[in-house]
Write a protein that binds this ligand. Structure first.
Ligand code: NCD
Length: 309
């Protein structure tokens, strides 16, 4: 079955077969990225534009490196110094970049449906690099690839996602992906970081870390997204309790499978989500493997989208 999507908006639209095609293509690129010559010229002469309305280190750099390794020219729009500060809308900005005959538009935005809206109007292939609280598909794909590498299969895993669930697009995209592989997915958070929409996603809901990670193959820890809309709590007042109840350390990890993997999309706030010892423990932590495989996954996505032209 061929890959037929024009854009990558979320994992929701991808079938299990689509995901397998992406991860399979990414495996080849992971090898290329470790070889002497990291670059091919498959998409020489094509142009990739990063349009990021939110801060980013990993995702933005990863997309830029991915496009360059495929031979593309890349441009990062400096949003803070752009005409967006003069009141230009997202759609007008996107249409103007599209008029420059670009090939891929990589979009990060605060609005949940930004990539969807833009993709309906531009000729370029749109890749969602994180939209609002709803979707971050390449993060979910690279998380899946990191787990696949260590586990050998994505079938029927127990995956726990813990932290600021309410504001997490990483949680939502991962749930949609792992459910396609028959996973038992659980979300773990105190009430103030939980959100009603998770009831409809077919996940187990836990307010206790130990019960949530019991028997887990993989645990995805999430950062507290203070920069997004407030949830009506003063976190500084509950921070100490949060850390004692929800920070993952080697002791609490004993509730999971003995070889459980610990993931984090980054940026990590050391000493909040995870202890330093666990974040840096190569037996469990795959945080830097996620980052490495992120480049390969993004190369695969760009490749599969552009190959349809
Ligand atoms: C995440 C994001 O931006 O959604 N980070 C990332 O892309 N690596 C999660 C976060 O910012 O906490």
């Amino acid at each position: 079955m061929p890959f037929t999507h024009r854009h990558l908006i979320d994992t929701e639209a991808l079938s299990r077969a689509d995901i397998e095609i992406i991860l399979d293509r990414a495996a080849g690129y992971a090898e290329q990225n470790r070889s002497k010559n990291k670059k091919n010229d498959k998409f020489n002469g094509k142009t990739s534009v990063n349009l990021f309305f939110e801060d980013s280190t990993r995702t933005r750099t990863s997309f830029e490196i991915a496009a360059k390794r495929l031979g593309m020219d890349t441009v990062c729009v400096p949003v803070a110094q752009s005409s967006i500060s003069k009141g230009e809308t997202l759609l007008d900005t996107a249409l103007n970049l599209d008029a420059m005959q670009i090939d891929t538009l990589i979009l990060r935005h605060t609005q949940d449906d930004a990539a969807q809206l833009v993709s309906a109007r531009v000729k370029a292939h749109v890749i969602n690099a994180g939209n609002g609280k709803r979707a971050h598909p390449t993060q979910a794909l690279l998380d899946a690839m990191a787990i696949l590498r260590r586990r050998g299969s994505l079938d029927n895993l127990t995956v726990a996602i813990c932290g600021d669930i309410a504001r997490s697009r990483v949680a939502r995209s991962n749930i949609r992906l792992f459910k396609k592989f028959g996973a038992d997915v659980r979300v773990i958070a105190p009430d103030y970081f939980m959100s009603d929409d998770f009831n409809a996603l077919g996940v187990g809901i836990h307010t206790d870390l130990k019960s949530g990670i019991a028997g887990a193959d993989a645990i995805i820890m999430l950062r507290i997204q203070h920069e997004r809309d407030g949830l009506g709590i003063d976190f500084s007042k509950v921070a100490q309790n949060y850390i004692s109840d929800f920070q993952l350390d080697h002791e609490k990890l004993k509730a999971a499978k003995p070889d459980a993997l610990v993931l984090h999309p980054g940026p990590v706030n050391r000493g909040v989500e995870l202890t330093d010892e666990l974040a840096d423990d190569p037996e469990h932590s795959v945080i830097l493997e996620q980052v490495e495989l992120g480049v390969a996954v993004r190369m695969a996505v760009i490749d599969l989208l552009l190959s349809q032209d």
